[in-house]
Each structure stands twice: as C-alpha cells, then as structure tokens.
Design a protein. Sequence first.
Lengths: 409, 409
Amino acid sequence: MNAEILSIGTELLLGEIVDANAAFLAGELAVLGINVYWISQVGDNRGRLEEAIRRALERSNVVLTTGGLGPTDDDMTREAIAAVLGEGPVIDHELERTLRARFRAMGREMPEKNLKQAWLISSAEPLPNPLGTAPGWWVTAPDGRVIGSMPGVPSEMRTMWTEQARHRLEHLADGVFVAVTLKTFGPGESAIEERLGDLVKAANPSVATYAKRDGVQVRVAARAADRKQARALVDPVVERVKRILGAEVVGADDDSLASVVGDLLQARHHSVASAESITGGLIASYLTDVPGSSGYVLGGLVAYNEDVKRGFGVADEVLQEHGVVSAETALALADAARDRFGASFGIGSTGVAGPGAHGGENPGLAFVAVTSIDQRQSRQVRRIAPRETVKHFVALSALDLLRRMLLDK
Amino acid sequence: MNAEILSIGTELLLGEIVDANAAFLAGELAVLGINVYWISQVGDNRGRLEEAIRRALERSNVVLTTGGLGPTDDDMTREAIAAVLGEGPVIDHELERTLRARFRAMGREMPEKNLKQAWLISSAEPLPNPLGTAPGWWVTAPDGRVIGSMPGVPSEMRTMWTEQARHRLEHLADGVFVAVTLKTFGPGESAIEERLGDLVKAANPSVATYAKRDGVQVRVAARAADRKQARALVDPVVERVKRILGAEVVGADDDSLASVVGDLLQARHHSVASAESITGGLIASYLTDVPGSSGYVLGGLVAYNEDVKRGFGVADEVLQEHGVVSAETALALADAARDRFGASFGIGSTGVAGPGAHGGENPGLAFVAVTSIDQRQSRQVRRIAPRETVKHFVALSALDLLRRMLLDK
C-alpha cells in the first residue's frame, strides 16, 4: 500500500511557511509501514488543486491532504474533492449544529461564510476537530481508494491525525517500519559508504548514508509484520555497522556529540572547561545545550586576542615560538582552562575563521586541543567555508577529540 | 514565466527532514516575481524521478531541483535529467581537476565514486560549489526551458543559488521585483502589524510581516519594469515603516543583531566583553560570528556555577541577597567582564534554561545586563521553550539591550 501527501495553500508556494505538516505525516506513515512515494504542495487554485487530487488518486491508494478547509473563498479543498469524485456537497445538519454550538460557546455569532465547514458529500464521513471550526473528511472512493482531508493549522492537523485518521489507516497498512540512525563525525559520505561495502545494497533492512551538517548519518531500516520482527531485522545490522565503523560512530538517533561527551564525562565523574579563540564561545555553548550540563561544565574563557590569551596564562614563548595559530597554543589554552577552573579536562581552540580576522591569512585553518592530567592531544582542522560553518566544524572537532580521549580511558 | 521546485531525497518522504530548501527557493522566486505553481518531493528512485522531471518540464518554464547530486548510487539527479533529455553524461575534465584538487587540499584521496560529480551533459553548464564536492547543473533544453540543479545540503544550495543561479533567472523574469526586509527584535507579529495599520493592505509595494526565529521581519516589495522604478516604489515605504517602528528596527536584509552591534561599537571606538551563565558562551559566539569582530570583542567568560561566578568577581552578598537568577547578578557579571578585560561595555546573563538545571525551578526565566562607565541596565527575559531556543532568545535580548544603549549615546 502506498500513500501520497498533498499540502494545500498558496503561502507554501510563496515560501512563507515551511511544510512541516508533510514531514510530520510522512514520518507517521513510515512508522505505520505505508510507503510514501510523492509529496506535493499546491496553491489555492481550483483547477490545479483538482488536477493534483486526480493524479494522486491515479497513482496512490491513500491521499492525505492538509489545508484549504477554512471558511473563506480561498479554501476549496472540499469543492475540489467533490468535483473530482463527481459529487455535490450538501450541508450536514449534525455538523451545522456542532459548528453553531462552537461559536455560541465562544460568545460569537457564526458568520454565514462558516456554513461551508458543515458541508459533506455522500462518500465522506466527517472527522471531528476539537481545536477548530474545520472538521476533516474521510472519503472512501468507489474503487476503495481513500482521501483523508485535515486542516492546515499544525496543532489541529496533529490532533485530528492522532485521534481520528491514524487508526483508520492502521487497519489498511501491511506491517510496520523501524529505523535506527547512527551518527558519525569525521569521515566523508563516500568513505563511510565504501567501508560499509555491500551492506548499502541490501533491501530489508536497508542501509543508507546521509551527509548532514553535524556529520554523516547511517540509517538502518526494516519493514516487517510487527515491531518485534522489524527490530529483529534491524538490530543485528546496526551492530554490524557499529563494528565496521568503530569509534567513528558517535551515537544513535537523538544523540549529539555534546550529549555523548556529557554522558561519558558523567559516567567517569569528570568535569570540563574550555578556553576558546576561533570558536568564540561556541564549544561552551554546545556543551551547555545538554540538560544537566551544569553538573560537569565548570566554565569557559573566550580569548579573542593575544593579550587576553597571555592574561589567561598562555606563555609568551609559546605564542612567539609557534604562533597564535598552532597546536601548541591550542594545548596551552586547554591547560589554562583546566588550571583556571580546576577541571579534569580542558579544551582549547585557535585558528583563523576568516574573512577579515588576522589579516585573512590562512582562513579555515584551526587547531583544537584537549588536555587532562595524563593526556595531551591536539588536532589540526581545515575547512574552507563561511565563518559560521568553520566555527561549527571546529567546535565539533574539539568535542569529538574529547569524546575519543574519553573512550580510550 | 513560472517555475517549479523539485526536492529529491527519500529522507523527505520518510519525514526525516522538513523541506526547508523548497520554502527558501519559493521565497526567492517570489522576490524575483516568478510564479511558483508546483512544489514536490520525490525519493531516490530513478523511474519516479524521471517522471517528475518530465512532468515539470511539460508545465513549467523553469525547474529547480535540490538533492541527489552526491557521489553515491542513491544520488541520481544527473542520470535522470540526462535520460529525460536523451543525452549521455561524460566526464568533464575541468570538473574532474577541480574535484581532485579539492580532495588534495583536504589531504584526502578522492574515492573513485566521486568521479560522477564531474559528469556533464552537452546542454548543461556546471555551477561551481565552493562549499562541497557536488557542482550543480544549469541545463537549457532545446525548447528554452531551464533546469537548475543544486545540492540538497542547505548551505551549499543557498550559496550556489545566491552566487550562480539567481542572476541567471533574473534575466529571464518579466520586470523586476525589489524587496527590502526590515528586521525587528522584541514585539510580536500582531503588535507590529497593528502599528503598521493600513500599510499591510497595500499591493505594490506590498508590506508583509513574518515571524522568524530572530524576531519579526517586515518585507516591503514592489514589481516594476526596471530596478530604478521598483526602488522608487519601495524606498519611501521603507522609510515610513522605519519611522513608525523607530528603534524596534534592528537593521535591514543581511544585518543581524550581532553585526549591527558590531558596527555601532566600531563607529564609537568601543569594545565589549561578556560573562555568561545561562547562555553558556552563545553571546560571545554570536558576537564573533561577525567578520572583523576581533577588533572590538576583547573576550568572554562562561560561569556555569556559583563558585566560578565568585571567582570572576561577583560578590558573595549579591548572590546571597538577590539569588543567582536576578538582575543584580546579571549586572555584577557584566561588571566582572568589563573589569577583567578592560572593555568599555560588559554583558552579563543569568537564568534557568531548564529542564534539569538548578532543580528545574522557574525554567525560562533569565536576566541580561549591560554596563559601561556611565550606564547600568538590565532586562528580565521569560521564554518557555526548548533549552536551545531559550538560550538563543536570551543571547539576542542581551545584544538588543546593548544595541539600544549604544543608540542612546
């Protein structure tokens, strides 16, 4: 069985809103094991809307629409569905009563325009909307194909989906879909794919790679009759991918570099502090994005010029002999952070984010370092990109260095 | 002229990511005065991808695609376009040289898989990608219809759009569209709209408000035969909006709170330093996102627990009498930052981002403060939201306080 999602509203075509409704429904359909091959956005235009519904019914068993159920002339989802099925909408008296009662409860007179929200066609049953005036439609066409129409307001749509639409589809779906996303940091997408070899060619479970801003992700996904069988397909492959990629795997699903580092620090009763130049506070900010980080993040320093670095305890000789942008300066900053806050781990960063900083020499070159009582490691990082992207990548590189050092312990 | 957007990638159909690329491009096309009637998402499936491209070319003059330009077997946008146009891709030696050079610069061997990113067809010219290995394609079909293919990674797509694709379309559009976006921080969207009154009902120039993560934006846009005429429509309305909103207007277009604060500091030969608790380094990071910020950002402190705050010079009595989460502590942190770095302005932040921190009391309550030799101001901030959103809003509130103090000088 396959489903198609149709998001209706001119504001989508003007880029005024992002279509989060479609992504939500697509995720829900994936969990139900229903394939989605097509998603589209169409404006408040009767001709194009009918064309889109007609085509969707030709190629998909289920069509879910959002939007176009309001009371204004611009809202024409009901009209378009009725026209495609060759039916005429009539006022449903039960719906009208509910609608009028709703307005009375708000202490308002119902504008006559709203009466169209009480329309129904004979092949549709209404889906109640506890949060708004637009009921949905659950339409079963003569050939068994289904159209589920829900409002475009995200909260109304989600409630209607959860309370009314989902269970109607569960009966129709074959099996469920389970996916685990492993997150890596460091190697590129093609390098990861080469290491995974034939695994990425498998079908059930499927293994796919995605290049994301925070690193390459590997998704293992399977479909089966029930959740237990799907997990039995997914879990061994997840373990195999983990074995192949080893320490490149940062975590899974909701894990981030900062949350994984936080878990490792807490489990080992360690603490951390930072002294940042190129990243300008971003390492500390990422560390403190994690709930509970106040338990292990002691503090941070941002040293954006040489005098300040000296003031924090970076020796003049280090700066003179190796330069500000050097592994030695990053190590000295990490030491300074440890010293200053009495933390078990210190993190340092230095480099040139460019353009404009340090006369533009060597933009994108940076060094990160992590030191502890018995370890001192640094890493060179190079990334030619906009300033914020460079900072982001350097900050993640520092967290990844700390992660690997904590794993080695 | 009309354009259509096609977003390619199975992760879109699984609901794993929201299609922000399509919304971005739709907004850009609206600004160019190009109508968008269709947006769709299609998976990494060769047959459906070809079908989608073929249909788009039948009904639209311009087709913009994002995604599917990576090096792996799943990436088949190039193959599909070539097949629809009946052409065969060949390796372009110039592209291959650039690609190999890019890998060399990163100190890595180019996997042979990546060679497909050097493919070209005879009706396509390559669009350089300064941020990644996937060049785009600008295809002109025999009948004059255009396909612009860009990568799916948002930063790469946006850069390629701005530097390569946009001006190619500007030539094709009828008339020009000029828009100025004014950025505000503080008041909500409906408050801004009320103050603008009838202005938001005008048609050419149109005035529209958008609630964004960094504050409400007001876009003034007009269409005319040429740029000069369009500007003559837009500019007086921009001035009117500025007069109405006064100091609520942070800046326009590419300005950010951090860049505007930076300009003000530089113009007045001032410097700044920060001491952050709740924002954990994010204020310093935003300040240093601006090229040239090393000229006025002296440094920063991240104080994530009381001892550290005391160590930085926040008096015990302040903490005891007013509590950690108080205007007085924020002011004391700002003073400590000024003192420590000898900056003309100090910024302080304190609060509870929640959940998990400080026992979860009063999450979303924060204070920011800015002090100088003759001014001391603080602001209470309240935002019930996910942790990262609270931090973001508190950091922007601190920058906005500094901005208003600099304007008053």
